[in-house]
Design a protein around this ligand. Sequence first.
Ligand SMILES: [Zn+2]
Length: 260
Amino acid sequence: MTLFDSHAHCDDARYNSEYEGGTDKLIKDCFESGVVNIINIGTCIENSRASIELAHKYEGIYASCGIHPCEALGRDEVDGIICELEKLLRDEKAVAIGEIGLDYHWQDVPRDIQLLYFEKQMELAKKLNMPVIIHDREAHGDCLEMIKKFPEVKGVFHSFSGSSEMARELVKLGWYISFSGTVTFKNARVPKEACVVVPSDRLLIETDSPYLAPTPHRGTINMPSYVRLTCEEIARLRGVEPEEIAKITMENAKQLFKIK
Ligand SMILES: [Zn+2]
């Protein structure tokens, strides 16, 4: 069974201190486990650049570049940052803009600044005709409102935490939905329900490594090879074989990110 992890941060500094052999060993182990493709995600200019470097080093890795809502800087900096981002996104291994969106759980960045960076990056996605990867934490209403302003832009809601109703609405709007290890958590009623209503052609899986390690590894550092556990849980909930979920999520990721 070969798998596609649609969202990981393999260049995260934690791998150099907490994983023996660091990022290169992590990726080698991941390929050996059957996870053959990864979208490596940026959250700021610096690690978006690192993402591209990693994608050039490994054929199976692709880069997504973007400014996470918690990494948004000032109002005066936004145009310069968008300009830097655009240069990075012109790279042949850059396949998406993300992660971008809204995070109302952490209060460090004011909402108006988060909304400004989100909107500017949606404009960029429209201009470059690229898919986006959305981070939506406790901001479902405002995220929906923003994507509706850009009907030409499509993408994926990553580590989906919304309801089944929201999942249905996103599908209707032409979006993909990605589930992470949270779907394996024992009391995760909401994602367990949501993952069964998503049609087969809109489903993605991910780890969000090094965060959100699935059961039974909860509390430890996450890694792309654990995407198998999310695949197996979704298969169990949908009443199909894991191989089928592996196959459709691989096809869907290739379709969304325009990978041959
Ligand atoms: Zn992430």
